[in-house]
Write a protein that binds this ligand. Sequence first.
Ligand code: PGA
Length: 260
Amino acid sequence: MSTAKIYLFANWKMYLDATESERMAKQLAAYSKRLPTAVETVIFPSSLAFQGVAKAAKGSRLGVGAQNVYWVEKGGYTGEISAAMYKRAGARYALVGHSERRHLFHESNHETAQKVEAVVEAGMLPVVCVGETASERAAGQTEEVVEAQLRAAYSTVVWPLKKNPIIAYEPVWAISHGTGKDQAGKYCEPAEAEKMHHFIIKIVHDLLPAAPEPVVLYGGSVRPDTVTDYLSEPNVGGVLVGAASTVLSSWKTIIADALK
Ligand code: PGA
């Protein structure tokens, strides 16, 4: 792990409704009080569940983040929620450029740059998600794709000097899209992830030379039985977990294993 702190981020995507999210947030908020300060646990609920979850997390060590934001602060943008609105509702982080946003909703590199800027301006930390598809990997373009995503994401932001940039490396082919199950043969070897994390840190250093050490989280079918394999790599600063973070017992096991 690259920093003393371990970042364990739970992307609940569209798996849980508002009632389920609040119930689980209450349990995790109580659980967070027993965790050492060296671990940062953050949940990213759906926008519908956000306020109830933020209320449940208040006063605990459980952080709350937005899954997606819009970059304009207020106005006629049907269906959108701005970074500033999320900040006022209690968000400390926002995911930007998640592969499901990029590939299912055609979000461009340019849009991710606008979102990164808006999230920072609102006083939150963007978790910039990058990763290559299976065909880009097969064509040997992994580094090229990830570098382009990083260069675009940080192209316009004025980085707050004291904050560690957080990036999530999530190879698209390793994510358990909607199935909640591992896809046969789609496991990203920890050593392969480590190589990419090292590469990402180098690029982000280059892009934000005055910023503190970048932290790179790994994401893509992380499970209780694989989390420690990833976290034992030197440049893996934490994990971003989808499906396995939406079941209380499996998320608590991931946290407990990460602390071993
Ligand atoms: P997964 O999702 O853990 O369900 O593969 C990870 C992510 O997309 O953030």
